[in-house]
Write a protein that binds this ligand. Sequence first.
Ligand code: PLP
Length: 463
Amino acid sequence: MSRSAHPAGPRHADVLTEGHYSAPAADLNVLDEKVWSRTVTRDADGALTVGGITVARLAEEFGTPAYFLDESDFRARCRAWADAFGPDADVFYAGKAFLSRAVVRWLKEEGLNLDVCSGGELTTALDAGMPAERIAFHGNNKTVAEIERAVEAGVGRIVLDSFQEIVRVAHIAQRHGVRQRVQIRVTVGVEAHTHEFIATAHEDQKFGIALADGQAAEAVRRALALDGLELIGVHSHIGSQIFDMAGFEVSARRVVQLLAEIRDEHGVELPEIDLGGGLGIAYTSEDDPREPHEIAKALSDIVTRECESAKLRTPRISVEPGRAIVGPTAFTLYEVGTIKPLEGLRTYVSVDGGMSDNIRTALYDAEYSVALVSRTSDAEPMLVRVVGKHCESGDIVVKDAFLPADLAPGDLIAVPATGAYCRSMASNYNHALRPPVVAVRDGEARVIVRRETEEDLLRLDVG
Ligand SMILES: *Cc1c(COP(=O)(O)O)cnc(C)c1O
């Protein structure tokens, strides 16, 4: 995330000369609805409830740490994306953000399609009944075995990521006697981050085939020449946690230019373009994400305008939000353990999880918020760093935040907006047991991914 773009919060302790943190909210008991899922509220006793169930009950029944996923919020977000893009576009949920059988069923019921990028994700999708034609298969190094399975299953599209893969998929499709629908992933020379984007001429990354030096046009030539492939379009994905639509604008313009070149050279108008995912969500009160209908309008306006000026038929658009759908729908519930005040610095609050259930802070310097949720408090705010129980000093969950000064071991605290890239990136470091994901809806809570057990650990250890 781009720190510099955030207004600096007022300095708290005089020793803090760098690093960004928000000023304490006027009232730490108030939950900012921007960062919490839709059914979250505080009950009359001050405890946080989700789907009508208090965290004390959830902690008692399911233990901590645990992820609680607000199912009606998830479904509402799916519908908002589907409605915003309408019948002439396709929304593919990016499964890598978080995938389970229940999630697949919700997506299917709410009319979304699904992106997968490994055999494991494909298995989960098919096992839970997602029709293969609604699945897109991604990845920069799909194995032959994965491609075979995708082709056999009849996935709706494979997104080709290299020259070698064009040939690989064509051969496999031919062997199966089918024409596989494919898109070509191009790198458009746009690097997008939270609050800014950079348009570059060259792409120094492992994904896609570069537009800039004519490589993408050559890939199209080769794909069009192969019997096993039905080239349906071009794909671009420019980054993650993006708020600024300008990067998408440049990307869409370059992709449409390529379609025009393809029309001029080959006399074919490819029917589809995919503009990828990467739409940002609110992790803290300072983030202001766009609503799906604003995003849909911005993207379709750009594509329509560019196609008009290139005299192209407007292609069918698809998008691939992952984080923007699941991210805001879940929070992680932790129990407070050791509290260590460091005089003149900050207070370290240790929780019963850490980098094994949320690696994003260590990996990307991601920012999160946190709240005391088992009760309210009128105590003064104290500057805290929420850390885990792992053997790494970088095991930080929330770098800078404020919690009430009367925080005590046994209190429950929750980190919102952990639905995306937390459980899906969870690890067993220190032989931690990966936490469960519990779906909560209308007063009912059910485990959709169970907690790992020590037996699970030992079962894999066959030495
Ligand atoms: C990761 C990824 C997405 C989803 O990104 P989010 O930031 O979760 O929206 C979509 N498409 C592709 C190709 C990706 O690699």
